[in-house]
Design a protein around this ligand. Structure first.
Ligand code: AMP
Ligand code: MG
Length: 330
């Protein structure tokens, strides 16, 4: 391996075996999930968990999501009463494996380093076949926040990981571009009668309500922002200035400015007009969002991005609005 470049491991049995070995040795490996690329480490190895925080320059107050292969593994990580367990079962039956993270009371086995000293732990069973196979063959619980420097745009390809973490992340398991493109939905189930949506994501609020037969609240604005650092006011941010506009009301742009639309316009007027989807399909918009923001951020000819916001709506619309709002904060 060339010591000046990260080592790309192929997302096949050989690459996954190598990655599993590195994880057992306490090293971190960037790995694909259906949401974004994660920087994975053995959640039960203190050295590995500290490395995750160090590589990302992530503050220890920001707890990590722990990824599991099978729902039966929950007993090792969480202690649930009957009501919590039935809520988990309902949601898992519908959405796991998939882009849903559940916050639950933790067992002593889970280190406070992983949970920012909270007595709860965030758990997800991811669906990406490469990540699933990595979890299965390693037999480990993998803590895996997004594989990017803290606060910057999340990575949706192996190349993004390499560009933004460089040699700080020496091993990258390549599983192609991520399908969802935005981070998982996070639901707090500590009180299963009053679940709270901590972060909107690919699974919408309405879907959660339908399965739980309960109202699911958004956190009160005054609540502790460190509860879910995805909730920090500024996050997912390009260095380039980003302004948001309601759909169809973008201003005329000048030299050095780019337009980022939800859908291909009938006649693209300049080389600085970009679109997140051909047809305006919001799942495609989410899939391409971080990738296009990164590309525009890297373009030195662009000093200001004007982006169209989707209207509030069901499904993934809230997650796109949430990420754009935070990305635009200075
Ligand atoms: P990411 O950095 O995209 O992996 O996001 C992980 C998110 O899960 C962060 O925003 C965390 O705050 C949130 N999270 C992890 N553990 C907990 C927990 N115990 N309670 C609340 N939120 C959590
Ligand atoms: Mg992140």
């Amino acid at each position: 391996m060339d010591a000046s470049h990260p080592d790309f491991l192929t997302g096949d049995a050989v690459g996954i075996q190598k990655a599993a070995k590195l994880l057992h040795a306490g090293q971190c490996v960037a790995a694909p999930t259906e949401t974004v690329y994660g920087l994975a480490g053995n959640a039960f190895n203190e050295h590995a968990v500290r490395s995750i925080f160090a590589i990302k320059s992530r503050p220890y107050i920001d707890p990590l999501i722990v990824h599991i292969h099978a729902i039966e593994q929950l007993t090792e990580l969480t202690r649930l009463d009957d009501e919590q367990l039935s809520a988990v079962k309902l949601l898992a039956a519908e959405f796991w494996p998939g882009p849903l993270t559940m916050v639950l009371p933790k067992t002593k086995a889970v280190s406070g380093l992983v949970t920012a000293n909270r007595d709860s732990v965030a758990i997800r069973q991811p669906a990406h076949p490469v990540m699933r196979e990595l979890l299965r063959t390693s037999g480990l619980f993998l803590a895996a926040p997004s594989a990017n420097p803290f606060g910057y745009i999340s990575p949706t390809t192996a190349q993004h990981v390499r560009e933004s973490l460089g040699i700080r992340c020496p091993h990258i398991l390549d599983g192609g571009p991520c399908e969802n493109g935005v981070e998982s939905t996070i639901i707090d189930l500590r009180d299963p009668r009053a679940p709270v949506l901590l972060r909107p994501g690919p699974i919408g609020l309405e879907q959660l309500k339908d399965v739980l037969h309960l109202s699911v609240k958004r956190p009160a604005p005054a609540s502790d922002a460190s509860l879910a650092p995805g909730m920090l006011e500024r996050h997912y941010s390009p260095r380039t200035k980003l302004s948001l506009h309601t759909a169809g009301s973008l201003p005329a742009t000048h030299t050095g400015e780019a337009k980022l639309l939800l859908q291909r316009p009938p006649n693209a007027d300049s080389q600085h007009t970009f679109w997140l989807s051909e047809s305006g399909n919001l799942n495609e918009v989410a899939q391409n969002l971080f990738s296009l923001l990164r590309a525009l951020d890297a373009d030195e000819a662009i000093q200001h991005i004007h982006c169209e916001m989707p209207p509030a709506g069901p499904g993934i619309a809230d997650a796109i609005r949430d990420r754009l709002n935070r990305a635009s904060k200075r």
